[in-house]
Design a binder for this molecule. Sequence first.
Ligand code: BTN
Length: 236
Amino acid sequence: MYKIINFDTLPSTNKYLKENYQNYNEYTVVSTYKQTEGKGRENKKWLAENNKNITFSILLKPTIDTTKLPLITLIAGASVRNVISKYHSSEIKWPNDIIVNNKKISGILVESIISNKIEALIVGIGINSNQEQFDSSIQSIATSLKIVLGKEIDNALLINQVIIEFDRLYKDFLNNGKEFLDVCRKYNYLQDRKIYHENNEYIVKDINDIGNLVVSDTNNCLKELFYGEVTLSNIY
Ligand code: BTN
């Protein structure tokens, strides 16, 4: 029931679905191996070498409350982590990165179209599969499956594996299951690490049921972080 539509090239699979979601059914997947204006979180670019890496977006039209939206990023993250881990051990850096050997191998950007209710959710996933050289701006923090495994990855197989796993965890979530949260907690890259968020220092304690990062501040008071980028002291 997931239908994959492959484009030779697109500015951005997320942008395409944001502009065209009304013409497609839920569970349509738009993919391309040549994204010319890939978008990351917080207005960053997503850079992927042409015909090497995976860039795709899944269209959802759920009848869920908007308060649950942050969980969709975690569902996608848990799915990608579970699939990447068939190839190499990996962890989730809350809220949207997948990490292998302390470097980013995948990023997730969920965008929503909301009027009175959720009209559409676009789950954008980029996975560095076969890229071997990265732009100097991200060289020290990015890796790929090919770099860590030393062999070419079958991109069509990888996309299918992620879609199947996403479907499983998303359906579990729609049935009030929380398997994705177990995955995010068990493979929480930030667990017990010192992080910085908006110039404050915290220690990461947990991820709670609404998808927030639970941290303790320098006075040992618990606090919840619900958005944004967190940075670590000396590693990515
Ligand atoms: C991030 O790590 O900041 C999120 C990156 C998300 C990249 C994917 S690639 C497919 C989809 N289309 C986009 O333009 N962005 C997402």
